[in-house]
Design a binder for this molecule. Sequence first.
Ligand SMILES: [Zn+2]
Ligand SMILES: [Zn+2]
Length: 163
Amino acid sequence: MTSICEVTMEEQVIEVGKQELTRYLTRHNLRKTQERYAMLEAIFSMEGHFTVDAFYEYLEEKFSFHVSKATIYSNLEIFMRANLVVKLQLGTMTMYERLDVLHPHYHLVCMNCGKIMEKSNKELHESLISTKVRGFSALYYSLCMYGTCSACARMKKNNKKKQ
Ligand SMILES: [Zn+2]
Ligand SMILES: [Zn+2]
């Protein structure tokens, strides 16, 4: 069960995101369509990273919301410029996720099966974000680590045994 406190927290985050979008759209004379806000809300309700294809299906299945992939791409572009969404290149996959400075994490990509995992590490995060770079103040980072997942490692080991 989610506590009332968590719900309001989540709603607050969405509200702040919408305000940020409104500011961006106003500044750039772009239309404040319902579609844009609905898409942003959907992204904020998703866990972690997603592909455009997965987002397209998510909108259809969860919200019965029909938009073309071209519309999704153009809106993601706007969300990125408004610093609400980030684009990630994870192995061969192009992914997107909401820019969430409150939940910093990095990605692990299995070079064998392409599986992507999220990990958070407080020490790593603090050391990265507190690194002083002259003439620059850090807001977020995008970090991706490549290797082999445990399932693939196990499979490799078993294959070796069989030989
Ligand atoms: Zn992520
Ligand atoms: Zn793997």
